[in-house]
Design a protein around this ligand. Sequence first.
Ligand code: ADP
Ligand code: ZN
Length: 710
Amino acid sequence: MLDQALGILKDVFGYDAFRGNQAAIIERVASGGDALVLMPTGGGKSLCYQVPALLRDGLAVVVSPLIALMEDQVATLDELGVAAVALNSTLGADEQRDIAARIRRGEIKLLYLAPERLVQPRMLAFLEQLPLALFAIDEAHCVSQWGHDFRPEYLQLGQLAETFPQVPRLALTATADKRTREEIVQRLHLEDAERFLSSFDRPNIFYRIVPKEQPRKQLLGFLAERRGDAGIVYCMSRKKVDDVAAFLSEQGFPALPYHAGLPAELRAHHQRRFLNEEGLIMVATIAFGMGIDKPNVRFVAHLDLPKSLEAYYQETGRAGRDGLPADAWMAYGLQDVIFLKQMLSQSEGDERHKRVEQHKLDAMLALCEETRCRRQTLLAYFDEVLPEPCGHCDNCVDGVQTWDATEPARQALSAIYRSGQRYGVGHLVDILLGRDNEKIRAPGHQRLALFGVGKHLSEAEWRSLFRQLVARGLADVDLEGFGGLRLSEHCRPLLRGEVTLELRRDLKPQQARSGGKSPASQLVRGEERQTWEALRTLRRKLAEEHSVPPYVIFPDATLLEMLRSQPRSLADLAGVSGVGARKLERYGAAFLEVLNGQEPAEAPRQATDLRHELISLARAGMTPTQIASQLSCSEKNVYTLLADAIGSQQLSLDQALDLPDELLMEVQDAFLDGEGELPPVAAIAERFGTRVPEGVLHCVRAALRAELET
Ligand code: ADP
Ligand code: ZN
């Protein structure tokens, strides 16, 4: 079975090998078993049900929560030559009837449905009459009431187990935590499902978290290296989203806002543009996310701190689904901490719930202040052990300096205490630095013993220290919302001198070793730019013609491999990962033209190569004129070779020429008029003059001869 699966992988999808657990999952489902698949975003979940759908008889039913997701998948399958449809509320009654009829006739392999539609009695009755290959439940975590993507309709999917006991079911999710996993098993009745757990590491994402100083300027610095890349910038508030989007546009970065306050139509429009165009930046609140399957999002930037590591992982995870280098970048500062802590204390809900949320925020803050590998910390939170530092995050690359902050921390805590536990960081820093101003004099703080004891540190260093005290829970934020600091219980041991404190030394942004530049921005090197852009332009053009997003034509990874491996022929191109039979046929010639058009003169080719290639090009639908320019030889030559290929039946006349039927019959009649042997071309050429090139006559003759001889 695995051979068959590999055959499909190669022919239909154009890939050479399965990744991770894919092969095992496919084997399990194709042989009729249930499966629970936990795989990170970009891990390749779709193939886990698409390949079994093609291996098994009958219709595969795929449950998906969002229309956009379904349409994307259907378009992708369509381009691969796989019959798939999505039934959704946007279809008219006629269209729905038509689809139902095609399904009954067995013409459709995959049916995508929203959960509420699947569980309608009429739909279930319809499916019960059909041979079914499998049920795939995508985004299965939507069944969990704990998660923020909970969809009540998913709960009803539990009944599939009873109604269709013979049909294998697989549930798929990118949500890692154990509780969600158990809930999926229980609610979907997947007790007998084999569990396939992948690592949740996203090795292609580079993580960087910088102290927030001038966030917009810092963001521009980050973006400067990434012109032309698509990405998402997350902000906390709607207003900030609007402001930042406007600011980026002014600065020459095409950016669109997205938040729940915009009219639904505009939101949908922006989302479509983001998917269909290249190099757009979406500035968004967390309302933007689920259902964004765009694989070539090159970066996710956070201008505000997410509430938890779950949220951070999920949001940053939208970068680099295609497996190519991508960046997760965040600017984080004391104000973020203060803001989130206050939100938390003012939020509704019982104490237990608040404690859980507090715990989650603390884990997020710990990642920000982490002095060791970020990836190790992040994965550890999801109970995964990464044995070695990753070498692919800011801390690993830049190295983090720590310093003994025990004494200054005590001074800072004393400043909080002596000034009455109600002043913000600005005021506290003024005290420590001994700044004699109005605000200090009013409460008489210039007389504190601490006044001016901290001149050995800079303002930035003090601010960094206060931020870390709050992040570590050694100081608290006031509940009134003015940003005043208080002591927390946890600071006692430090004040009593029982413990010491090591803190992170913040790097100045320009000190970061790679200058804020990471591998993602170097995806395409200077000299390759031109060809790269030409390939993208062609892809965009084809995408528009087919009304699909560009990545549905070919993913970036495939374009990149074309760029690097320099295929000269369709045969070469077929070897590029992501080029399956259907796409080779549809688009191969056009991409070759771009690739070879940029090339200097080629070495002379062997005659057999030329012929082999000519046949491929003709089969792919190129006209003799196009072939001649593609192969840089004369048209006459092309016709001779075509006639040869037709004569040896490697090519049909239809494939070689696009001749109107009437004209073709006229030519055929001319050859067949006489008795016995077919006349030579020269004998009838005069009759057609310039109307029909001689080469065409040669081809028709070759076809007739082949026909008469067999
Ligand atoms: P997920 O749904 O898990 O986020 P997808 O199914 O969208 O991931 O796959 C992510 C990308 O990886 C897609 O572009 C897909 O075509 C590609 N991909 C999946 N499996 C393979 C494979 N075995 N070889 C090469 N590319 C693959
Ligand atoms: Zn690391």
